[in-house]
Design a protein around this ligand. Sequence first.
Ligand code: GLC
Length: 538
Amino acid sequence: MEWWKKAVIYQIYPKSFMDSDGDGFGDLNGITSKLDYLEELGIDAIWLCPVYLSPQVDNGYDISDYLQIDPMFGTMEDMDLLISEAKKRNIRIIMDLVLNHTSDHHPWFRQAIQSPDSEFHDFYVFRDGNPGSPPNDMRACFGGSAWTYVPSLKQYYFHQFAEQQPDLNWDNIEVRKQLYEIINFWISKGVGGFRFDVIDQIAKEPDLEITANGPLLHAYTREMNQNTFGGRNMITVGETWSADIQSAREFSDPRGKEFSMVFQFEHIQLDQQKGKEKWDLAPLFLSDLKDVINKWQTGLYNHGWNSLFWNNHDLPRIVSRWGNDQEYREVSAKMLATLLYGLQGTPYIYQGEELGMTNIKLPISEYKDLETLNLYHDRIAKGYSEAEVMQSIYARSRDNARTPMQWSDSSNAGFSKGNPWLKINPNYREINAEHELSDPNSVFHYYQKLIKLRRQYDIFTEGKFHLLLENHPQIFAYERTCKTERLLVICNFSNKPAEFPNNLLGDSPELLISNLPFTRSTHLEPYQSFMVLNHLPK
Ligand code: GLC
């Protein structure tokens, strides 16, 4: 079996993880200094968000040199040290590669806009046009038109994200060759795999207004696989907001021609108004979450592989979102972990999730994320009220996840001796790693235990998923079965007590984990959850 099927991945947002030199930004040596902490948690690999040279318009997702480390994060020697120190602890490093676009500071783009005759001009997507009338009405993901005019060329260039993130032209074989060389450079450095940023958008066809899932997408990802990581026992995960079961099967087919797995986001979009943007909030219906998880668990069984996550650097903190970050913070954070860690797939922990870190509310002047700031100005200009816009931002801003890691109750939460680049959540005095490490009942130790269980019992990797209590309004329950065992997972997804039928537990349930004392009763306290194992008669 591939190692990553039993692995748990920890995502690091380097700017906010640990600052070793007091400039207010986290860095590579800061990460290296915390490897013992990660080893203690029990993770197998680190997904490292971009640390390459970058003007940091989108916090490193705008790369100006893929083969250099941004001085803010350290040097290539620091990177080598991180890789080798991690290896000593059996932790692999997964690099985050942004291959759909570069920064507008990348030398390729600099040359591309010099002249249409430049050899790099066709590295990007240019179209002729007149000022004020772009080729079409396509919008960029961070607001505004997807086309920016270059007067000296009398042409527009295409960008699906910020205007400082010009899209690469994957239809140009030279572009693809250069990108494969970059991947191979990092493979030769000894990394354990890659996370491919917005990979479903590389095969765009802007003239047809196609962004995700272009006709040549899978041809390109297959070609990339063959020319780089294919057959090397590495973990690869594509970020694919557009994925459905069919395309996810293709991406993560067990024959291994594309990726190990993809991130799909269907579950994470259930609490927004249909057909609207993520800022347009709606309540989550548990029945929708059950449907979506059921669909993906059964849809990829034997045909692909799931990634399991509630959080990342683009999403709000799950305990604030679907748990309760006040009186039930710990118990609801553990419930959400229980629900996720019983599923089939590879779990991803986003830094601070293992502490039950929460969302933050800041005055608008303190937000740093360009998507948040664009949204704010956009909606205020459209006439939304300040209160309404701030409510969306409190719930959805990407900066919720990006506040610095809370290491201790000392100044700046032990994150930095300088002035942190983004405000620290004031609750760091209660919620921090030092405190949780010393408390055997902490969220940290709960995650640690879940990780151990997944390693210990093969049923987590192999068992077949069946949704239970489909229509129960409060309880999310399921089982995983294989020939000899049945794993039962029961979660009260609400802040009210709940009851489940007494035939569910089985004859001799062996308790694996529970977030409140387990009594075999069919009564559940708010957010109570547990996992039990039954041995099936031969
Ligand atoms: C992905 C990243 C996000 C970034 C965007 C553009 O969605 O996760 O942080 O802003 O791609 O690169």
